[in-house]
Design a protein around this ligand. Structure first.
Ligand SMILES: [Zn+2]
Length: 245
C-alpha cells in the first residue's frame, strides 16, 4: 500500500502537477462527461417534445433509414466523431449540431466546476474541492454547482426548443425554476435565507417573463433564477453596505 502511495506521488510529481491539482482536474473532467451525457438527453428532448413523443421510452433511430442507433455509437461526442458524422447503416449525414450541443453542455458544467474550484481555492484552502466534501464533510457547494448546472442546461434546452418554434409551457418552466431554487437554497450557509434569495429571484423572473411574453420569457425567467443562484446574495450585500449595515 505504502509503495503504491510513493509510486502515485512520484507519478504526479513527474507530470508537473501536485496531487491536489490532479483531483481538481479529475472533478472538472467528470463534470464535462456528466454535461455531455445530459447534452445527449437534451438532444432527445429537443427532437421529440415538439412531436409530442415521450422522452422516457424508446431508443434513438436514424431519421433517414430508421435503424436503431447502437449503444456504442450513442456515446456523446465520440460516437459522432468515430462515425465521421454519418449513419452506420445508410451512410446519410448526421447533423454536427448533436455533437456541438453535447460539447457545449459538457463545457458549461466544466466551467461551473472551475468557478467552484477558483472560489474555494481563492478562499485560501490547499485542499482539493472534492476533498472538501469527502474529508471536511461539506457537501453544500455540490448542491450549488448542481443548481447552477440545472439552470445553465435548462437555458440551453429552452433556447433550442424556441429555435425550433416550440413554446415551453409555464408549468415546465416553474418546475425547472423550483429545482434550481431548492438546490441553490440547500447550498446556502443558511438554507432559509438561501431559499428567500432563490425565491425572490424566481419571482422577479416570473414578473419579467410575464411582461416580456412568448418563449423568450422562459429564458429570461431561468436566466434570472441563475442570477438569483449566484448574484443575488452579492447584490444584497452591496445594498446593505449602501445602508451602512
Ligand atoms: Zn441511417
Amino acid at each position: 500500500m505504502r509503495h503504491m502511495q510513493i509510486w502515485f506521488a512520484s507519478a504526479w510529481l513527474s507530470a508537473g502537477l501536485s496531487p491536489s491539482m490532479w483531483e481538481d482536474a479529475a472533478f472538472v473532467a467528470a463534470a464535462f462527461v456528466v454535461g455531455a451525457m445530459v447534452g445527449s438527453f437534451i438532444n432527445v428532448v429537443v427532437c421529440r417534445v415538439p412531436q409530442g413523443r415521450t422522452v422516457v421510452h424508446g431508443r434513438s433511430a436514424c431519421p433517414a433509414c430508421g435503424h436503431v442507433v447502437r449503444p456504442r455509437d450513442n456515446v456523446p461526442i465520440l460516437g459522432w466523431l468515430l462515425l465521421g458524422g454519418r449513419c452506420r447503416d445508410c451512410r446519410s449525414p448526421i447533423s454536427p449540431a448533436y455533437a456541438i450541443v453535447e460539447a457545449a453542455c459538457g463545457l458549461a458544467l466544466a466551467a461551473l466546476a472551475v468557478a467552484e474550484i477558483v472560489a474555494w481555492r481563492s478562499a485560501g484552502s490547499s485542499l482539493p474541492l472534492i476533498e472538501r466534501a469527502l474529508v471536511l464533510d461539506e457537501w453544500s457547494w455540490l448542491s450549488g454547482w448542481a443548481g447552477r448546472g440545472v439552470a445553465a442546461l435548462t437555458v440551453v434546452t429552452w433556447g433550442l426548443l424556441a429555435r425550433g418554434g416550440h413554446v415551453v409551457t409555464w408549468r415546465t418552466t416553474l418546475v425547472a425554476a423550483a429545482v434550481v431554487a431548492l438546490l441553490v437554497a440547500a447550498a446556502s450557509p443558511s438554507p432559509a435565507r438561501g431559499l428567500v434569495h432563490a425565491l425572490t429571484g424566481a419571482a422577479a423572473g416570473w414578473a419579467a417573463g410575464a411582461w416580456a411574453g412568448g418563449p423568450a420569457a422562459h429564458r429570461i425567467l431561468i436566466l434570472i433564477c441563475t442570477a438569483a443562484a449566484g448574484g443575488w446574495p452579492a447584490a444584497a450585500g452591496w445594498f446593505r453596505s449602501l445602508w451602512g449595515g
